[in-house]
Ligand binder design. Sequence first.
Ligand code: ADP
Ligand code: MG
Length: 250
Amino acid sequence: MVTAKDVWKSFGHNDVLKGINLQVQKGEVMTLLGPSGSGKSTFLRLINHLDTVSAGRITVDGDLVGYREQAGALHELRPQVIARMRSEVGMVFQQFNLFPHMTALQNIMEAPVGVKKEPKSHVKARAEALLERVGLSEKRNAYPSSLSGGQQQRIAIARALAMEPKLMLFDEPTSALDPELVGEVLDVMQDLAASGMTMIVVTHEMGFAREVADSVVFMDGGVVVESGKPSDVLLNPQEERTQAFLSKVL
Ligand code: ADP
Ligand code: MG
């Protein structure tokens, strides 16, 4: 579903990603770990073409992200085409970014109706099913300010799913939550993984990485230091940098 081939990203003279090679199979959950500043968020943004790669290639479901290739040269795609590709990838951030003036139901319906121009009645049924799926049917008419952080993040996940994405990216989805609210969000993510969704999850929740992920990637300084099965990377890390990081977060 996702391949990254020798992906580089620089901001001015700052090389933030230095040759990332990764693969995520369809239906697989990959967790991405690493210290602050190692380039995790930047990598997720590149998958969605929210930033452009400096070198290398990323494909999603076989399509080159952001570009078309013609006679060996890359041409950036038109904004409408980029927007359509982006709509197939759901993204959930640390900050939930719900629309404050819309109810939970309206937040979930906004993109399919506003962006995809799907019929309202159709989208409403899907949104209600999603509310049920994240356990918040009774909050359908609630505004974000009246919801807990955990509830808001579950609505944000439902909102992303309303676009029927083929890939979901999570960037530290539980980092802004009070500890007692983390579990309800991870439960929703675990259900989603069990349903077969392909997911890349940046998280420091080691329990989730151990129990839900198919693969774990440890990044530091813009490179993949170590990757593999959770049981190998988390329980028996080979690299000193991985060992040092894990000893701090476990
Ligand atoms: P992580 O998510 O692993 O904490 P980031 O991908 O957010 O790391 O950041 C990696 C590095 O890239 C940091 O040094 C950060 O300052 C730099 N960076 C990220 N985005 C930008 C940007 N838009 N402009 C300049 N530097 C950036
Ligand atoms: Mg980050």
